[in-house]
Design a protein. Structure first.
Length: 366
């Protein structure tokens, strides 16, 4: 009888202890959670910037890159893209530019011509139609990026891209030209110096884009052949031989003279030169653009070229310095490559959301 009572007593004490312990643990957890929650949701916490705010040119455009060979695909559906357009809109982005409508055999829309002629793969989603619908919804301008067959990268001759894009331009305008947001074209072939066939290709493609669409503007985004213009697949971060400001001006004056009237805006990529070279190159870019009647944009890269890991979101101060240089030289517009990977709060990179917050603090965007 005593043994039985002892066992009952032990069971009762154990059960009571377990309940008390569980309650205590839950209470502690709730307190910790509440404490963390309070700390994490305090909207009054701001970074204490020790530099003047909002001195840079605001980013008002971004590339969209889902046909890439050097950054990972995020595999977003329309829900995620819709959310991203809202994030873009919240910081003043009014223009989206498809980096390219296809690269080699991967394409962004079901092009009968490209699938038949180049053996391109059928995409599961029509990204161009989706981007245009979202651009309509959020009141943004959409620039269509042409097709990149890869032949220019293989041969160094840009004229290879003329023939294929003749058909793409016609096909795309017929298929999507009715969208209100379709407001421009991006000639996606990238160059840095006097390149074989560049003037012919840009002039021919730009002229056709404008003729088929009733004069919609055309954009190019070359890079400056600076010390950081190294192969993305290589291990080097810099190179010994880089173009001088004087040589850059000579070569691009010739190119601008040859493409004026068919190319309306040029957004030089800003990541291939060092930060103490920004003003020298930017001032020359603006002078040339003004002389030849071309709008001077900057392609403010929001990824970091200074790191051996390619590619991660850029340090905020680097982005700030580049945007401030563009403002000092009175550039017409700042776009970025590119928001969704390197600045979006929902990017696969955690740092991208932090860059978004630092950008908002600097420009005092609520």
């Amino acid at each position: 009888m005593k043994n039985h009572n002892r066992r009952d007593f032990i069971k009762q004490v154990s059960a009571t202890g377990a309940v008390l312990a569980t309650g205590a643990f839950a209470s502690c957890t709730e307190k910790a959670s509440a404490s963390c929650s309070e700390a994490g949701t305090d909207e009054n916490i701001r970074s204490k910037l020790i530099i003047p705010k909002a001195q840079g040119l605001k980013i008002s455009g971004t590339f969209l890159d889902e046909i890439s060979h050097d950054i990972p695909h995020q595999n977003w559906g329309e829900k995620e893209w819709d959310r991203d357009f809202a994030y873009m809109k919240a910081i003043g982005i009014d223009t989206v530019i498809v980096i390219r409508s296809g690269y080699r055999k991967f394409i962004t829309y079901p092009s009968e011509y490209l699938m038949k002629t180049f053996g391109c793969y059928m995409p599961s989603v029509d990204l161009i139609d989706m981007y245009l619908r979202l651009s309509d919804k959020y009141g943004m301008k959409f620039f269509f990026g042409l097709y990149d067959s890869g032949r220019y990268w293989d041969t160094g001759d840009l004229t290879w891209e003329i023939e294929s894009n003749k058909y793409v331009i016609e096909e795309v305008w017929k298929k999507y030209g009715h969208y209100k947001s379709f407001q421009g074209w991006y000639l996606c072939q990238e160059i840095s110096r006097a390149t074989k066939g560049a003037i012919t290709a840009f002039s021919s493609l730009g002229k056709q884009c404008k003729e088929v669409s009733g004069g919609l503007p055309t954009l190019i985004s070359p890079w400056i052949d600076g010390k950081k213009a190294v192969a993305a697949a290589g291990g080097d971060l810099t190179k010994a031989e880089a173009v001088s400001v004087e040589q850059h001006e000579r070569e691009w004056s010739e190119i601008f003279d040859g493409i004026k009237g068919n190319v309306d805006a040029c957004a030089f990529q800003d990541g291939h030169i060092d930060y103490d070279e920004l003003d020298a190159f930017f001032s020359v870019n603006k002078k040339m653009a003004d002389k030849y009647g071309i709008e001077c944009w900057t392609n403010a890269e929001s990824f970091d070229r200074d790191m051996p890991i390619k590619f991660l979101p850029i340090k905020f101060d680097k982005l700030r310095m580049k945007l401030e240089a563009a403002a000092r030289q009175k550039y017409d517009k700042a776009i970025t490559f590119e928001f969704s990977h390197f600045m979006s709060p929902q990017s696969a990179y955690l740092q991208a959301g932090h860059l978004y917050e630092r950008y908002k603090e600097y420009f005092e965007i609520e």
